[in-house]
Design a protein around this ligand. Structure first.
Ligand SMILES: *Cc1c(COP(=O)(O)O)cnc(C)c1O
Length: 371
């Protein structure tokens, strides 16, 4: 995160004003919700400090993220160790650091939490029947909803404090129905717990809130209205709503400034454009061409034509787009600057240490942390 050469390429420039605007827009869309920032989307100290000042909570997935947040002045009491995959030693270290809230989705992990963080508050992640998102989690996380009920009863019996059910509809989820389905399923879990005299103080409806890339996504206000309405239908007024966005808070806050390294007409008959940024130094979410980023160049008034866009390493998979239709100026040539828009989430945090000798993406922060 060092500000080295201001003109180095590639670099990610993050605008803090936009982080604040996004937080305030989400607050306006869901006035009653607790907003918990998923740190993995953009673990930038300035962003963490800004959101901490705004009153956000933090979803952390590792000891590294916990330490990062503590170093920025975040109270461990507003962190949730939301990764259901954690070693006993890491639970103990989190508890020693002051973290008191954990998510789980298996009986094994629940037992480890009870042993190493006794008395902690727990959320149980269930796999909702929501439609697939654009960067889906598949079935890696979340238990069956019936199992969630059983495990939360077990949590109570182990002396833990039950927070409630939790689901994540998959990242870049563009179908608002997903939350309606998840909230309805969470409501059924809460009802079953009520029969066992276990109240549900809060429900975590996860992240997944989308932003517009090449394809437009629904507005935050629209999604907020769907979530609020479903929540009011399935939960009593005193139940707290927790949202856990990453992308929606930081995705549109960053621009990657990159450069064309080479252009060629390949034997496949297609025009290939090689950039100094690729899959391993920031563009990980082009895997399977899930996210279609928008490009901007200084020649966008010239004629446009299709191009394959590839990264700079000697790895055959380091291709950003070959199926997605990307239009770039026919006059584009080596040395030209290329800006990749809305690259504030899951870019720098995903870049490799130094694959093939290409350093990780550097981050430059502009704008005021405090207003
Ligand atoms: C990644 C993640 C999020 C944030 O997801 P977005 O799609 O970026 O909003 C929230 N919660 C957990 C547990 C996550 O792993």
């Amino acid at each position: 995160m060092t500000n080295r050469n201001l003109l180095e390429s590639p670099r990610l420039v993050i605008d803090l004003h936009r982080v604040r605007a996004n937080y305030q827009a989400l607050r306006a869309a869901l006035p009653a919700a607790r907003i918990r920032f998923a740190v993995k989307a953009s673990p930038v100290p300035e962003i963490i400090r800004l959101l901490n000042d705004e009153g956000a909570e933090f979803d952390v997935a590792s000891i590294g993220e916990i330490e990062l947040c503590i170093a920025q002045g975040v109270d461990p009491a507003v962190m949730c160790y939301g990764n259901p995959i954690k070693k006993a030693a890491h639970i103990a270290a989190a508890r020693a650091a002051g973290v008191r809230r954990y998510a789980f989705d298996t009986e094994d992990d629940l037992a480890r939490i009870a042993e190493h963080a006794p008395g902690a508050e727990v959320e149980c992640r269930f796999l909702s029947s929501a439609p697939q998102s654009q960067t889906p989690f598949g079935t890696k996380f979340g238990c069956d909803p019936g199992e969630a009920k059983r495990l939360l009863v077990r949590a109570r019996d182990l002396g833990l404090r039950v927070a409630g059910p939790y689901f994540h509809v998959g990242s870049q989820q563009t179908d608002p129905i997903a939350w309606r389905i998840g909230i309805e399923q969470a409501g059924a879990i809460a009802e079953a717990l009520a029969v066992k005299d276990i109240p549900v103080p809060s429900v975590n409806v996860g992240g997944g809130l989308p932003i517009s890339y090449a394809d437009a996504a629904p507005e935050l206000s629209e999604l907020g209205a769907v979530i609020a309405e479903a929540f009011a239908t399935h939960f009593p007024e005193h139940t707290e709503l927790v949202v856990e966005p990453g992308r929606a808070l930081v995705g549109n806050t960053g621009v990657i400034h990159a450069e064309v390294v080479n252009v060629r007409q390949a034997p496949d008959g297609r025009r290939w454009i090689y950039l100094d940024i690729g899959r391993y130094n920031g563009m990980a979410e082009t895997e399977n061409e899930y996210i279609a980023y928008r490009f901007e160049t200084d020649r966008d008034d010239d004629p446009m034509d299709e191009a394959v866009v590839a990264g700079p390493t000697c790895d055959g998979d380091d291709v950003l787009y070959q199926r997605t239709r990307v239009l770039l100026p026919t006059t584009l040539r080596a040395g030209d600057p290329v800006r990749i828009l809305d690259t504030g989430a899951y870019t720098a945090s995903y870049s490799s240490v130094s694959f093939n000798g290409f350093p990780p993406l550097t981050v430059h922060v502009i704008g005021a942390e405090r207003e």
